[in-house]
Design a protein around this ligand. Structure first.
Ligand code: AOF
Length: 280
């Protein structure tokens, strides 16, 4: 007789959108003591996001991507729904519920016209932040419509107004930040502005360029990368950084591994590390 190997858990919360462990996390988010969370896989995964904020800019920033086994987040044409399975989507909605703000780049709005609200689990909607350096987006996207959660469009100080009001973009408020030398906005300058508005836990949901810019700026505390059992062979890459000459130039880190149904989630403690190839 062979001893039966224990089955690895398929999901930190059995794929249930609601549970006592999830409710305890929501209470901790509302000001409860994160140290009093019940022990368990859901707490292991999410408690670090609710931990006291260490960075002097006042923010805790979590980057996130769902990618194929070959590191693609979308087809070349931008189709990305869905790379991950239902457990991965539930995870995204949980991160929205636990963070003060969800942040995406203009490319994600153009390709997906997302809502960025919390719908797959109980919990509040985050404030939505759209980074659109040159203010190229029109106001027709769903995030800029009346009636949704508060939304900020962040653009460069010198971005042209193109006939729109200087401080409103549809229903969104316009916030301005300096440009970064490497392209995009100066994220290190933006974060204290967000903290000053009470937006301290920032969920950078995508896309690849936006998450990469936060990484290059040394502005990510954690990174959640879902890898789905899919090969695309081409398409939009997850991460884009300056070229590394040697393996030793890559960024190494500690990670925890969680199953999300068929997908695997890597929970990476980056602690604001900056890849050597991005050294200032
Ligand atoms: N492709 C992909 C995700 N993509 C994210 O989901 C957004 C759509 O949000 P909404 O319109 O609010 O449902 C999209 O713009 C992008 O930020 N999320 C995931 O959990 N898994 C996935 O495979």
């Amino acid at each position: 007789m062979h001893a039966t190997a224990p089955t690895p858990p398929q999901h930190p919360d059995d794929g249930q959108a609601d549970s006592p462990a999830w409710q305890a996390l929501l209470r901790a988010r509302q000001g409860g003591d994160p140290a009093a969370l019940p022990p368990g896989p859901l707490t292991d995964l999410f408690a670090p996001i609710l931990a006291p904020i260490q960075a002097p800019d006042g923010c805790l920033v979590l980057g996130r991507l769902a990618q194929t086994l070959d590191g693609r987040i979308a087809t070349a044409g931008g189709s990305s729904q869905w790379i991950g399975g239902p457990g991965d989507l539930l995870h995204t909605h949980r991160l929205r519920a636990l963070c003060d703000a969800v942040l995406v780049g203009a490319g994600t709005v153009k390709h997906d016209d997302p809502r960025l609200t919390t719908r797959d689990c109980p919990g509040p909607d985050p404030v939505r932040i759209i980074l659109d350096t040159s203010r190229t987006l029109g106001t027709e996207y769903r995030v800029f419509a009346e009636g949704g959660p508060p939304t900020l469009l962040v653009c460069a100080e010198d971005a042209a107004e193109r006939g729109l009001p200087r401080d409103r973009h549809g229903a969104a408020e316009v916030l301005r930040a300096p440009r970064a030398a490497i392209g995009g906005l100066d994220i290190a300058t933006l974060l204290p502005k967000l903290a000053a508005r009470g937006l301290r836990r920032i969920f950078v949901e995508g896309g690849g360029l936006t998450v990469s810019r936060f990484l290059a700026a040394g502005c990510l505390d954690r990174l959640h990368v879902t890898v789905a059992p899919v090969l695309l062979g081409s398409g939009i890459p997850a991460f884009t950084l300056p070229e590394a000459a040697r393996i030793a130039d890559g960024l190494r880190f500690a990670w925890g591994v969680h199953r999300l149904g068929e997908d695997v989630l890597f929970d990476i403690a980056l602690h604001r590390a900056r890849p050597a190839v991005c050294a200032a």
